[in-house]
Write a protein that binds this ligand. Structure first.
Ligand SMILES: NC(=O)c1ccc[n+]([C@@H]2O[C@H](COP(=O)([O-])OP(=O)(O)OC[C@H]3O[C@@H](n4cnc5c(N)ncnc54)[C@H](OP(=O)(O)O)[C@@H]3O)[C@@H](O)[C@H]2O)c1
Length: 248
């Protein structure tokens, strides 16, 4: 079986680890190329966009792909849309492998918003100390709210960081620990945390720390993903692969 895994996430890495070395599955992991030094993978990797849904269709055909697992990030809506379109056209099985969203718990002070622009507006007119953890690609949304002081945490330096006159940049990759998150928020006198509802363990400590400190979290909802079969469990992905591998 020739399998394409659309990655850039922990789920994609976990799946790659689980099928590496299997003689019955020839898998390739696809990354968008956003991270300059991605973590090494035990299966062959290709890097860069396909050129829209048409480009992906051409790739699926040229590489004789039999099935696709979309393990992109919950906020990577465009790639998932293209995968759904291309797989539908080629009549290929497609499974979304994703993590559940975080759920609000007692003590959480979440302000739910739909977009990063809405998140920036929600911070209000009074200058605040804001902890931005939503990733370097969506920093531009805060360029219109220059009166706040931002603690920006990202894996790599955001291109648009200088649009924020008062900021401190922290370059770091998760997982993060609760005690460290709480200490950072205290030390920087944080008044708002901005986060995407990414889900997963690696970055949840900031949500717990905000809860413990009684801080509001501006939580950006997930965009809609296409209506295709999905799971949050590796065992179900492996079972799905077996089903489709056995098909004539
Ligand atoms: N968005 C996030 O918050 C976030 C967080 C962590 C990791 N990531 C990962 O970073 C990547 C890009 O995210 P995004 O939000 O920019 O996605 P996006 O908006 O859905 O995708 C934008 C374009 O990037 C290319 N692309 C995205 N994922 C790709 C993949 N796995 N392999 C090849 N090309 C890919 C595609 O280009 P073409 O149209 O040219 O094919 C796609 O149309 C994804 O792989 C995602 O899993 C995203």
């Amino acid at each position: 079986m020739r399998l394409l895994i659309l990655g850039g996430t922990t789920e994609a890495s976990v799946l790659a680890d689980a099928i590496a070395g299997r003689a019955d599955i020839a898998a390739v992991l696809s990354l968008a190329g956003r991270t300059r030094s991605p973590a090494p993978s035990p299966i062959p990797t290709r890097i860069g966009g396909f050129g829209g849904a048409e480009g992906l269709s051409a790739y699926l055909d040229a590489e004789h792909i039999d099935a696709v697992v979309d393990a992109t990030h919950p906020f990577a809506a465009q790639m998932s849309r293209h995968a759904a379109e291309a797989c539908r056209a080629a009549k290929l099985p497609l499974l979304i492998f994703t993590r559940p969203p975080w759920e609000r718990q007692s003590g959480d002070r979440w302000i739910d918003v739909a977009t990063m622009e809405e998140a920036a507006r929600t911070l209000g007119d009074i200058p605040r100390n804001v902890f931005l953890t939503q990733g370097r690609l969506q920093l531009g949304a805060f360029a219109g709210a220059r009166h706040h002081r931002y603690i920006v945490r990202a894996i790599e330096r955001p291109d648009k960081i200088d649009a924020l006159p008062r900021h401190r940049l922290i370059l770091a990759r998760g997982p993060f620990r609760f005690a460290d998150e709480e200490a950072l928020m205290r030390a920087e006198s944080i008044e708002f945390l901005v986060s995407k509802n990414s889900g997963g363990e690696a970055t949840y400590a900031k949500i717990e720390a905000a809860r413990n400190l009684g801080l509001p979290v501006v939580m950006v909802r997930r965009p809609a993903k296409p209506d295709v079969e999905r799971t949050t469990r590796l065992e179900e992905v492996l079972a799905w692969l077996d089903t489709h591998r056995a098909a004539p």
